[in-house]
Design a protein around this ligand. Structure first.
Ligand code: OXD
Ligand code: MN
Length: 590
């Protein structure tokens, strides 16, 4: 029996899980440096981690995963409830009692001969009304060490929990790594998460997608707040005033890059600065003053390595210089550091690929897996905002939605109002690239970039967004849509993106403080800038026009696609039905 946990509710549940999984030993994670060192040394000794060059990269390690376990598995991810309609048409549903039975068979004796680590963790800052406690019980040292980076963990969390029964229960076992029997299960009613047969971050670092999005979105609906797949950044204006922005993008749209953006020199010289609060998840609540406040519940970055370099994202690269775990990247044998596609133009001479083989055929074989990752402490980030840890959160002035659209969406537009903004979020999508599927240019709808993460029925989720707007009233943040991926007829991107995206952010914050009141025009699809500050970059006149072009035929077909998508849902909330109808009327009169 485990006597280390004094909280009666947690203690009882943990004892049941110990009985079920039958570990040889149980270790409570206390959050101390000594314990972390000890577990790291054991992981190195067991061959689970490779020590990298400690002079160049202190505290950094390389992990090679099972090659069958390199990404999130949406088809093996379940929302388990009593009735299917609670999960809705966009989730894999399982009948909760049946899934519990199945899981308890899989977990029976799954930790026999192994150590169970009890990780008490907190999503959100200490002493904050935003924050919520979870426990993850795991038999993986790699998961323990990754959780120590991604969340606030240990004794202080137990102190914060006190005698409360409010915590998320999580059980994880690496099992046999049989991909066919891989399960990522969520039981929102019991606030319980079970992950089995995987060690991939998005599946098993339970604080992240499982808790902070799927379980939290369902809790947020009950408690009237929002748990969203959003980065948070701050823009300091030359006056010294800061404006906070939250933004949601589907994967492969540069979310981490935007979160850590460095403005063009001209704006830095004028006194602008962008700072980072989070790159993946935001929890948003209405504060005492009626405004919407956000925190980043996480404590680290779980970023995609390939493509990250000093030019594409200096701040992300700097964040990985110390105390970072790299997963499935190549090992540079010359200096015992890491490498991935896009880090430098020329790969290292002598390297080992992500599968652990000598990397000789550099033409045909990738050194790093395309979804290889770095797990890095947030405090490493040079652009970290001073308020990233604030228990109060930061007041959000603008919400940005975005996707990868070759023709439909302009570079930037503002919604007419909150409901229209929710409509833009609900219908947002991204076109597939050759890298993601064989079929290029198919629009995959990914509402609010939350499709794989909404822990309940998507129609109720849309309704909840509309309700939040009604509660916020006049104090609601403005909602925008951006598209960095507009192309010409040959398929070339016409917008430089990266740091230049600051020009768009500048218009957005100008809309928030009314300084761009004159620089706006009403179109059928939303409010567009009359002009954007192109000073200092070479954007020909026809490209400037194309970036904001609204084509009636393209939009009519977009309208039809949105309607088809809506038709697949259980119901469409009235506020969104109206927006769809208004759009049609405006387009018909165009
Ligand atoms: C994701 C991630 O898959 O953040 O969205 O890793
Ligand atoms: Mn994400």
């Amino acid at each position: 029996m485990n006597k280390q946990i004094r909280n009666k509710f947690a203690g009882e549940w943990i004892n049941r899980m110990i009985e079920l999984t039958n570990p040889a030993k149980v270790v409570l994670i206390d959050g101390s440096e000594e314990q972390k060192k000890k577990i790291t040394a054991e992981a190195v000794e067991a061959g689970e981690l490779i020590t990298l060059n400690q002079n160049l990269m202190p505290g950094c390690y390389l992990r090679r995963s099972n090659p069958n376990d390199v990404a999130r598995v949406e088809e093996r991810t379940f929302i388990c409830t009593d009735e299917q309609k609670e999960a809705g048409p966009t989730n894999n549903w399982a009948y909760a009692p049946e899934m519990y039975d199945k899981m308890h068979i899989l977990f029976k004796d799954s930790m026999k001969g192994k150590t169970m680590y009890i990780i008490p963790y907190l999503m959100g800052p200490y002493d904050s009304e935003f924050s919520k406690v979870g426990f993850e019980l795991t038999d993986s040292r790699y998961v323990v060490l990754s959780m120590l980076i991604m969340a606030r963990c240990g004794q202080r969390v137990l102190d914060e929990l006190g005698s409360s029964n409010e915590f998320v229960k999580g059980l994880h076992s690496v099992g046999t790594m049989n991909a066919e029997e891989r399960y990522i299960c969520h039981f929102p009613k019991d606030r319980t998460i079970y992950s089995f047969n995987s060690e991939y971050g998005g599946n098993v670092l339970q604080g992240k997608k499982c808790f902070s999005l799927r379980i939290a979105s369902s809790v947020a609906r009950q408690e009237k707040w929002l748990a969203e797949h959003m980065l948070i950044l701050a823009i300091k204006k030359p006056s010294g005033e800061k404006v906070y922005v939250a933004a949601a993008f589907p994967s492969a749209c540069g979310k981490t890059n935007l979160a850590m953006l460095i403005p063009p020199q001209k704006y830095i010289d004028e006194g602008y600065e962008v700072t980072t609060l989070g790159d993946d998840i935001a929890w948003l609540r209405i504060g005492n003053d009626g405004r919407l406040y956000a925190i980043n519940p996480e404590y680290g970055f779980f970023g995609v390595a390939p493509g990250t370099n000093a030019k594409s994202n200096f701040n992300a690269l700097e964040s990985t210089r110390k105390n970072t775990i790299f997963t499935n990247v190549a090992l540079n044998k010359d200096d015992n550091t890491v490498w991935w596609e896009g880090l430098t133009k020329i790969p290292p001479q002598n390297a080992i690929d992500w599968k652990g083989k000598e990397w000789t055929d550099k033409e045909n074989v990738k050194g790093a897996h395309p979804n290889s990752r770095f797990t890095a402490p947030i405090e490493n980030c040079p652009s970290l905002d001073e308020d990233y840890n604030s228990p109060k959160g930061v007041p959000i002035s603008a919400i940005i939605f975005g996707g990868r659209r070759a023709k439909v969406m302009p570079l930037v537009m503002q919604s007419f109002n909150w409901n229209h903004g929710v409509f833009l979020g609900s219908s947002m999508g991204s076109e597939t690239t050759a890298a993601t599927t064989g079929k290029v240019g198919v629009t995959r709808r990914d509402p609010m970039a939350m499709l794989p993460f909404i822990g309940y029925n998507i129609s109720d989720y849309f309704n909840h967004w509309l309700t939040m707007g009604a509660l916020l009233g006049e104090k609601a943040p403005l909602i925008f849509n951006v598209n960095w991926f507009r192309t010409d007829d040959e398929g070339n991107f016409i917008w430089p993106g990266f740091g230049e995206n600051f020009r768009v952010l500048k218009w957005i914050i100008g809309r928030c403080d009314c300084s761009e009141n004159e620089n706006v025009k009403k179109t059928e699809i939303g409010l567009l800038p009359k002009e954007i500050d192109f000073d200092g970059i070479d954007v020909p006149d026809d490209v400037r026009e194309e970036l904001f072009n609204v084509d009636k035929e393209i939009w009519l077909s977009e309208f039809n696609e949105i309607r088809e998508f809506y038709d697949k849902l259980d119901y469409i909330p009235l506020g969104l039905k109206n927006e769809l109808e208004f759009l049609k009327l405006r387009l018909e009169n165009m």
